[in-house]
Design a protein around this ligand. Sequence first.
Ligand SMILES: [Zn+2]
Length: 466
Amino acid sequence: MTRTVDLVIANIGWLITIDADRRVIRDAAVAVEHGKIVAVGKSVEIERQYSAQQSVDGRRTVATPGFIDCHLHSSFQLSRGLADEANAQSFLFDRMYPYEAALEGDDVRISATLAAAELLKHGVTCFIDPGNYHPEASVEGIMTTGIRAIVSRSSFDLTKSVLGILPERMIESTAVAIERAEAVLARYAKSGNPRLGASASFRGLNNASDELILGLDKLARKYGTLLQTHACFSYSTHDSSVARTGKAEIERLEALGVIDERMLIVHSGWLEPEEVAILARRKPSLVCAPSSSLHNGYGNFLFGKLPELLALGVNVAIGSDHASSGIVDMPQEVRLACCCYKETRINPRVMPPETGLEMATRNGAKAALLGDRVGAIEVGKEADIVLFDTERPEWQPLINPVSNLVYSATGDSVRDVFVAGEQVVANGRLTKIDEDKLYAEIPVAVARFGKHLKFEEMVQLRWPVS
Ligand SMILES: [Zn+2]
């Protein structure tokens, strides 16, 4: 007598569960009912016990939990090619802030839809957005795709820092910034949509007053959400903080009393010894953003302490940050996180591929405060599952699937993706939106916001275009 459930994915070549015991199961199956995993095990046993409304054949695939990208600016997806070869100061003040200030709500909607599309197609089922000035437009785009997201309204309340002057459109008074951040939390933190959440976010320390940081911390506590920020991502942000406040960035957050396990600190690549000690003591979640540091040469791998912080019990996740620095592809980010530390430490053991995959799944779920719901393929968790097509050269020979996944594959070999048991990618195509229609909207948006930007100063193509 079999029990009928909504979905069974059977005959999976290799199932990498990343469960509490880190089981890897060959010839595996997963049964799903009402969006949750009800059984995981050998295919012959699961198929004997369950029949399904939807059956998916996992032959010649490797399955993993859906990846969790803990830092992705969905409004930056239309900035590819506009921010190359710039140091931290120029990247922010000459490229990205003018780009951001030029966006209207509809541009943000299209950008966010494209971001969610690229994430899903590369196996990411949940992401954290540090926010922008049109969060409602982001939500409108993101939610059409089926992905999970934690959105924010990000804020600045100081026009000037040692690094530069912000566009006028991005500056608000402290009170207005807090009021608008609360409006987003009130609308989305408990929206009733299980795929949508909200967080409090200040974009960085150098353009945020103590009052703003404390006000957002209070909101995060009131709504039971994350408090997120960028910190210590380059020597210049570190140096700017010391010059203005006399404190390094983590020291300043510690003095304000806001660091604890609900805080998400992105980058943490430039740390003084005392800051390492603070992070080890307070245990916020940290986000390694490999392609972002590599694209702009921030030195986060040369000087970063994330392997040590992991060993000290600090939760470290991964973020692809933005399309401005190229890839939005979690398998590639995992490879960079592992390999760049090996290279800079001259030590092949410093960041094993299993650690990289934990950062992209379980650790990401914990960082998102969703550790009881997603991040592993185990009974009781929501069914966020990715199937990689192994009938491809980079997956051959398939002797150790963790090795193939981290060192050889990219997100391009993702075949199918499920979020809460719903198939949102099938054979590499999104199921819920018309991709061709989305691609047709992009040049229209670029032409619209491009009118406000000097592309000739932003684009670095050194060869003549005719
Ligand atoms: Zn960022």
